[in-house]
Design a protein around this ligand. Structure first.
Ligand SMILES: N[C@@H](CCC(=O)N[C@@H](CS)C(=O)NCC(=O)O)C(=O)O
Length: 216
């Protein structure tokens, strides 16, 4: 199998997941900034046109970052980053869904429709008029999460899960494009520092991140 890889916070989340699990999988680089992921060759494999994807040896292509993680966790259960029983898996997926819906999707679209507009306007329908509202919705989501994090080390309590990796890769990227975590959010800020200090955080940054000038 091989990872269809590129710069970007979602591909980084997959790289971080692999680093946490200590798994190495061959990868093929794609030029996200040059929109290679929107070209026919990639879209014929992943009609979603976004990075990353996982191509199996029989040609099956699995896309959607957390679905790739689901698949890889089935093959490599330890350490569990989703869960080692049905309740743990449900808990991680529940928190991850909340985080994607309340926070990360809004951060990403807020960026695409403003600072990222030049990069995205020919890739998808962009709604510049919605950008500031989406950013505010994301901040509301972070403030909500701050309350939920009271007394917790990680989003699912004392274990690191996909929910932490999804939120970390997004908020680390977001901080570099003007969407910072407010210092008033003490629990989320402390959680960010905890994840940021894990070896997988630095190991997962793409070599092109410096050149691109964004964390991904
Ligand atoms: N729903 C997808 C979203 C992936 C995504 O947004 N990928 C970004 C990189 S972080 C991308 O491909 N951006 C370039 C583009 O949309 O053309 C997933 O979870 O994997």
């Amino acid at each position: 199998m091989k990872i269809l890889n590129s710069f970007g916070p979602n591909p980084r989340m997959l790289r971080m997941f692999l680093a946490e699990k200590n798994i190495t999988i061959d990868s093929v680089e794609h030029d996200l900034m040059g929109a290679e992921n929107r070209g026919d060759a990639y879209v014929s494999k992943n009609p979603g046109g976004q990075m990353p994807a996982l191509e199996l040896d029989d040609g099956t292509v699995i896309a959607e970052t957390v679905v790739i993680c689901d698949y890889l966790e089935e093959l490599n259960p330890d350490p569990a980053l989703i869960g080692s029983n049905a309740v743990e898996r449900a808990e991680a997926r529940m928190w991850n869904r909340r985080i994607e819906q309340k926070i990360t999707e809004n951060i990403y679209n807020g960026f695409r429709f403003s600072e990222g507009l030049k990069l995205f306007e020919n890739r998808m329908r962009c709604l510049p008029e919605a950008a500031s509202g989406l950013k505010a919705v994301a901040q509301d989501g972070l403030a909500w999460l701050d309350k939920q994090m009271d007394g917790k080390t990680f989003i699912c309590g004392d274990r690191v899960t996909i929910a932490d990796l999804v939120l970390y890769c997004c908020t680390d990227f977001a901080a570099g494009v003007g969407q910072t975590i407010s210092s008033d959010l003490k629990n989320v800020s402390a959680w960010f520092s905890r994840i940021d200090s894990r070896p997988s955080a630095s190991a997962s940054l793409h070599p092109a991140a410096d050149k691109v000038g964004m964390k991904g």
